[in-house]
Design a protein around this ligand. Structure first.
Ligand code: DOR
Ligand code: ZN
Length: 355
């Protein structure tokens, strides 16, 4: 048995309010506990996007009633709500901006992005959904504005090379990778059909190998837990996104077992770096017990996420979450959530709370 700090997932989509049939804060945070996470940060691309104090406060209120692990939020912008930034800054971990097409379609052009960068409080990062060439352009724009950015879910050799070069030149940029971009390649997608559709798309093996070889240049593993129902995935127009909270740690522990990364590096990617980069408050009596030698098959029927499927169903993994303790209290053991909805605490960045 090994003990890990409670992991921090800086990138989840819990869909509530607006699309609670896909996920809510109880099922989403239950999936988090099952996956060894004790804090999650939720994205703003809801049915009605989180771009006002009112929508943000409504979401916080609902989450407070439902969550079984700790949770925080990002704010969103389509370039029209700049005057709200100062009002909401103490309530969120950052701002999420979409520069390429994905679920919700909340795209911002580069002119608006530049204005947003100038207005956004500099203490907090801006997270970007940017792909391919757009990454380099946005790093330049953010750099001119002196804005720190985090590039979400990098997926290709080209993207990571752009970021490595920018870091060498001193740009304030960090990046994250998901397990679907690390463990799946184009060959898997053929079999997965709509269940292998997400943005950014899964890349060829050559790109995946590059990401693994340069894992030291990546700051964070984020799940991009993006649940959609089986019916939606089987429809004529399947939406983009896959769930990931319950498979990220087991996949990474399997990789540790295969000497593809060290356990110390796993802890950096899933705890220490998220904590440092996003200033996530933590607690010394919050931890996870993992049976690192337990092998099991990922099965849809055992998942806590409301969507009830995983692109990794049928995969054999090694490393199972046995017990999760939050602030000294046992909250999860052997597949069972032991606390009531509302146990989880709303969190905001450690630097801002004390101001
Ligand atoms: O595939 C994706 N799904 N990529 C995103 O960026 C958004 C996410 C979602 O919200 O479904
Ligand atoms: Zn996302």
């Amino acid at each position: 048995m090994i003990k890990l700090p409670g992991l921090i997932d800086i990138h989840v989509h819990f869909r509530t309010p607006g699309q609670t049939y896909k996920e809510d804060f109880f099922t989403g945070t239950s999936a988090a506990l099952a996956g060894g996470y004790t804090t999650v940060i939720d994205m703003p691309n809801n049915k009605v996007p989180i771009t006002s104090l009112k929508t943000l406060e409504e979401k916080i209120k609902i989450a407070k009633k439902q969550a079984v692990c700790d949770f925080g939020f990002y704010y969103g912008s389509l370039g029209e709500n700049l005057d709200t930034f100062t009002k909401i800054q103490k309530k969120v971990f950052g701002l999420k901006i979409y520069l390429n097409q994905t679920t919700g379609g909340y795209i911002v052009d580069e002119k608006k992005f530049e204005t947003i960068c100038r207005k956004w409080p500099k203490k907090l990062p801006i997270l970007l959904h940017a792909e391919d060439d757009v990454i380099g352009q946005m790093i330049e724009i953010a750099g001119r504005a002196g804005q720190r950015i985090h590039i979400c879910h990098i997926s290709s050799e080209k993207e990571l090379k752009t970021i490595i070069n920018a870091k060498l030149k001193g740009y304030k940029v960090t990046c994250g990778v998901t397990c679907h971009h690390l463990f799946l390649n184009e060959n898997n997608v053929k079999k997965l059909g709509p269940y292998g559709l997400m943005k950014p798309s899964i890349k060829p093996e050559k790109d995946v190998n590059f990401l693994w070889r340069h894992l030291n240049d990546i700051d964070i593993v984020e799940s991009d837990h993006a649940p959609h129902t089986i019916d939606e995935k089987n429809s004529d127009k399947p939406p983009f996104g896959v769930p990931g909270l319950e498979t990220t740690l087991p996949l990474l522990l399997t990789a540790v077992n295969e000497n593809k990364l060290s356990l110390a590096r796993l802890i950096e990617l899933c705890y220490a770096n998220p904590k440092r980069i996003f200033k996530v408050p933590t607690d010394k009596n919050t931890y996870v017990e993992v049976d690192e030698n337990k092998e099991y098959i990922v099965e849809n029927k055992n998942l806590q996420t409301k969507c009830g499927w995983s692109p990794f169903a049928g995969w054999k993994v090694r490393g199972k979450v046995k017990k999760v303790i939050i602030r000294g209290e046992k909250v999860y053991e052997s597949g069972e959530v032991l606390v009531k909805p509302g146990f989880g605490k709303y969190v905001a960045p450690a630097i801002l709370r004390s101001e």
